[in-house]
Design a protein around this ligand. Sequence first.
Ligand code: SF4
Length: 128
Amino acid sequence: MVKNTKHRPRFIMCFCTGECPGFAKLELWKLVNFVRNELDVEYAVIHPQLCVTDGDNFLRDLVKDGDKDRIYVIGGCDPRMQRKMFKDVFAEKGLDFDKQVVSLDLRNMETQEAMKKVAETIEKLKVS
Ligand code: SF4
């Protein structure tokens, strides 16, 4: 289970190349600007395809060895898929995917619906 830490969460939006029909209704920039401007995050970034080699490279750069206090909220596909695809990079760095990542399935959502889902997640993670 992911718990509060002393750092604000980092939001990563994986947009599935921009071609995936699952994100056809989602206004990417509207969502990401909402997250970075209105929610209590350290920052928000977009990656086009986290589950391929350059996505692994990006995650390896982002996730630091032993940095167990960081929480990542990843918007993209099914959380079980995300776990399967991203957990090894976290393990390589001595981190625990299950404790440090909240995966959100934002497919097939209107922008407002996705904004609400991310906002509720970030609110629950708020550092007290
Ligand atoms: S991680 Fe999921 S959302 Fe991202 S590119 Fe791969 S399949 Fe698509």
